[in-house]
Design a protein around this ligand. Sequence first.
Ligand code: SAH
Length: 272
Amino acid sequence: MSTESSDLLARIRLVLVETSHPGNIGAAARALKTMGLSRLELVAPRQPPDAETLARAAGADDLIARAGIHPDLPSALAGCRLVIGASARLRSIEWPLLEPPACAQYLLEEAREGDVALVLGRERSGLTNAELARCHYLVHIPTNPDYSSLNVAAAAQVLAYEIRRHWREQGNAPALASRDAREDLATAEELEGLHTHLAETLEIIGFSDPEQSRKLLMRLRRLFNRARPDRVELNILRGILNAAQGRKSPERFARRHATQSNPEGSPPCSSD
Ligand code: SAH
């Protein structure tokens, strides 16, 4: 993680307005820290952070210890160039509305230039119209319209995850190893070799009729294309086909048992 990119995340603050349950403050801190965010600002919490906060923070105590406690929203937003308010409802007032991916993108873009804020409202009543009016944009997580309100810390988690996802897409973190990123995948020629071997073997063992097996072979091709075997897996399959054709004698295992004292002996399923 470069200093510059983690600095970007450090410029994004989560502001919780008049939270009623101290436990939610802890859960929000945990949501932030898991996503690499670190700034929490509290506006007039109904109860100050307590033991329940720390229990729900589950190790994100450092964010709680550093959290600013402010008398009002403007004080929590001091120095911010972009403010986005999270709303559980699609409001009647017309305000530019974002979905979470665009919200993350805007916050990260503007964080290059300075501090930015994401504001979450009270558990019962959300944000007031006067508070929303301080926001450049609103963000709404597209929930079930008949039951749209997330717990405030759950909303923080979704929005923080979007920020992290967008930040990683900008090349700030190595992608998780995906299946297709594996090294040593079988090449097209090697796969062709498997298909020829498979067709031949299915015929020899009496499973398929060469005249009528085109569809079967196409299905098997689809299966192996989906699986994208690597070289070792391909060799195992070819070893099995050889054995099915009777090209491997079961006695080789007896031989192996006899040479078990020799650690150099080849394993039973070593493939040709
Ligand atoms: N009854 C309140 C719900 C508040 S939930 C209301 O209708 O406004 C507490 C806070 O969590 C909200 O103020 C908002 O900041 C955030 N939140 C909850 N669900 C959300 C959603 N679907 N999209 C965006 N933010 C949400």
